[in-house]
Design a protein around this ligand. Sequence first.
Ligand SMILES: Cc1ncc(COP(=O)(O)O)c(C=O)c1O
Length: 455
Amino acid sequence: MSDGGTRVWTEGWGGRKHGGFTAARAQPQREGWRRRCHCRLAKELRDVIEDFHRIKRLPPYVFAEVNRLKAAARARGADIIDLGMGNPDLPTPPHIVAKMVETIAKPRTHRYSASKGIPGLRKAQAAYYERRFGVKLDPDSQVVATLGSKEGFANMAQAITAPGDIMIVPNPTYPIHEFGFIIAGAAVRHVPAGTGEEFLRAVEHAVRHSIPKPLGFILSYPSNPTAMVASLDFYKDAVALAKKLDLIILSDIAYSELYFDGNPPPSVLQVPGAMDMTVEFTSLSKTYNMPGWRMGFAVGNDRLIGALARVKSYLDYGAFTPIQVAATAALNGPQDCVDEIRETYKVRRDCLVESFERAGWTIPPPPATMFAWCPIPEPFRHLGSVEFAKLLIEKADLAVSPGLGFGEYGEGFVRIALVENEHRIRQAARNVKKFFSQGADAEDNAVNLPQKVIR
Ligand SMILES: Cc1ncc(COP(=O)(O)O)c(C=O)c1O
């Protein structure tokens, strides 16, 4: 469904046959009985899987094609520089690891933990909000620890939406912002991502032209993938709009500590009255290089936090206690490790922008996050982001994420993650320079894979 201001409307992908999943496949001419039997079973299994209501709503994974090509190139022995996934490559600071090691030796920490987080951890998160944003939180009713912010976000979607509900989601954005709601059975209405009046106008337009009325909207700044940062004034306007239209706000600030211009990004909860309708998600994954530990938080409105805590109480027993204790040490301990992590990304960002500029690819320096949002260079723009990403693997031994993977409005861009050191980034730039210098020939030799990719 389309309309002027908010073009994309996702009901999920139920009932569609796509991506070759159910496409007729040529049967080999001479296959034995066992193989035919196996194929029949596999087809039946595919049909059963397609019948699952929630699975039917999920489209094929755009990144899968690029990942497959990357794996094939590596299998051939290519030295692929992987700047695709936002998976931090640096180690967790030693004092956090030491706290984990110390705690894991205590048998009493081996029992089931607390689903919403141990009290000390929730207090540490409340202290972080007070110190960083000047926002006071009640650790009992306004803070829940989550198994990474992704889990928290997805379970919040489960907690507050039902089939028939509508949520307004920016596009492009981190995929769980959309698919958390799709999996929960809700419908999603997209608005072009932005940090100004236009974005809020698009939200208002979507609310006025949707039946039933949408439940709320998502904010996520600094943004993955675009690295856009929101101002406190924008948040003030967003809260005023939410109040006027009686909407919930879900804000994801996973990159709140990765900023490069000396201006710490604000929290929407700093706006007076935001607590009436807002929940905000944070993560230790990027701030402390702890992606594998799975530790994040949801904080804010007690009714919404209560709903999330209740759903989680049926689903999990919380993170392993030693992880929660180590996470407490991260939040309460020395913060110079955060400064060092930020500085590392800044140095890599500058290296990327400078070396790629020399290679003939102008990349706007991101003000925050660990990503650069890169316009596809003119000569390749007609290919689209998926084909261009595939070409970079084949011709420059470089893996990036196609913008289309973050939503239709992400087309025309690829996302480069700063997850390799400067030496490797410079090597990637040299590879790109060589590839660009081959001109049209390079494109002609590209692997010819399907043009149309469904997100
Ligand atoms: C915007 C955003 N939110 C949330 C997450 C998930 O973080 P976590 O590791 O806390 O689940 C990511 C991870 O890349 C992200 O980019």
